[in-house]
Design a protein around this ligand. Sequence first.
Ligand code: ADP
Ligand code: MG
Length: 694
Amino acid sequence: MEARLDDPVRYLKGVGPRRAATLDKLGIATAEDLLLHAPRQYFDRSRIVAIRQLAPDREACIRVQLETLHSGRSWRGRQRVSATVADDSGRLRVTWYSGWVRDVLQPGQRLVLAGRVVANRGRLEMRQPEFERDDTETQELLHAERIVPFYPLTRGISQKWLRALVYRTLQSHAHLIGEILPPAIAAQYPERAAAVRALHFPACSEDAACALERLKFEELFLLQVVLARRRWRARSGQSGIQMRVDSGLHEDYLHALPFALTRAQRSVLDEIVADMTSERCMQRLLQGDVGSGKTVVAVAALLLAVGNRTQGVLMAPTEALALQHAERLLPACTRLGVRFDVLVGSRTETDKERLRARLRSGDLDLVVGTHALIQESVAWSRLGLAVVDEQHRFGVAQRARLQRATREGSGPRPHVLVLSATPIPRTLALTLFGDLDVSRLEEKPPGRQPVRTHLVPPERRARMLEFVRQQTLEGRQAFMVLPLIEESDKIELRAATAEYERLRSGALAGVRMGLLHGRLRPAEKETLLRSFHTGALQLLVSTTVVEVGLDVAGANLMIIHHPERFGLSQLHQLRGRVGRAGGAAWCLLLVERRTTSEALERLRQFADTDDGFAIAELDLRLRGPGDFVGTRQHGLPTLRFADLSHDRALLERARDLAFALVRADPELLRGENAGVRRVLETRYQERETLAETG
Ligand code: ADP
Ligand code: MG
């Protein structure tokens, strides 16, 4: 049968159903997956040395004849196979701690061994070497006399087995690996099939590095082409709703605020207004720390849309945040005569249905709600602007859904503004939001002092609680976060409850406090949050962090148990919740005696800086992109080769070239872009969007 790159591994020689299932755990389903399974490291075994030249405590590679072979047990009772091997320069003892070796080796055989040399009572010995029969006349060596790949493995397969499988598959399938990149770009790299070969069996270490660079580039490039096309599509074809500034509704709103916009807010709003008044459709991300004043800008933009007789929507990730937005918006809407309502899960079905009907008929101008409800179930009369707040959980996929949802019907496409309270490192922003224009609010509204951040060791906890009591006596409010590993974990929840009771009847007796956790019903949460909001509660103990995303002006203390369980960006976000009314504010990180020194160091770095973007970069370097503010679940594509915490330069280059390509040939119709087109159709589910033209 003819070989194909999508041959299931099950049908490759030497792989049965069982091994195929094991390979599947490594994400290897097809021959192509196998060929793209990148080694985690290489060992340079290209030099074969003579036994006489061996030195202790080093990896080495020798070519020998097997003289004797004995199996027995070590003094600890482990199975052991001992051998003597020899070359022209001398003899060496070799030990394996597994009995099966006995069955596959025979004295007299010629072998190549690669392993660690140790000194044992003054005599050198090689332990647990990989071995390969030395038939150099008939075939080349795989596990020695070359730079040898070591792969990420899983239980049930060995390096040697996988290496041999990759080797055989290269022989049977590598010729099928075709070029993807357009010739002008491909010319700067080794040929694709050669790169895949060199990825596994490089001739020298530069060879491997070069291959890896090419594969990384290719992967980033393809992803950026997807983003560039998405961006192109959002801006072409159907145009946006071109707005005019003359209604003045948004300026009325701004004039009535008790403060003036900062210069940064002004210039961002100008960018937004420029987008919305052009023929294009706005697709913009507004990044800025918590409290940097994004919401105010977004509301002005919404009112610009309403002033143009279109509808506006503000979507929040949780019901609590939606309600908070609503509360802040209501007075302005009433004053400006804007017809406004809230769509959240806790309203009755009848209410929700009535509200949807009003949105459909154009009887409502502005609505605030949760992502889920709005995306699923709303038909608009004429949606002009959708603002998505706090969307760090809002990746490429979700955005595509939003676009589909808001584009229903034949009307022009609404503008989209995404607000991110999490400063995102540039590499992630370009990957998650690479199809958007980006505005940043780096300057904070005046009068804010940085939140003073301290690590509190156990012996200082009593003093800290005294400080908390003092602050509440002076009329301040405090948050205390007791994170659960799993919100469903009963034991942990009990621990949190116990801690709460301990404080209430002990060190903080008399302080008015409430306990918020994920198992409360929405209405109960709502009541608690409201009491905190009005100041009836002085201390809010919470096991969940999302609801803490609330703006409580009087809160000036944020106490965090187990801060090491959070990413730095998440901590930064929590810290941003206090001190919003001005005045001094503190963030206290309760560390335990068993907190590791690395974690402590990380927390110290956090305590020393207030710059959200710097913290984000640090977080990315320390924890990698997978852990970054939940990006894994939220649309960050899996990358086989590239690493967003290190490959920034490569990403920028890939992006420049990808965007240039899409500018020149957006539908990928030119012959030189056929390879890119094919991959997008098959691997990136872009078939639908390309099919129209193919
Ligand atoms: P974000 O959405 O970025 O977290 P908000 O827009 O909610 O920030 O603003 C945070 C707080 O700062 C709000 O209480 C808001 O009224 C206030 N604020 C916003 N802009 C300014 C400004 N230019 N001057 C003073 N206070 C401001
Ligand atoms: Mg906000």
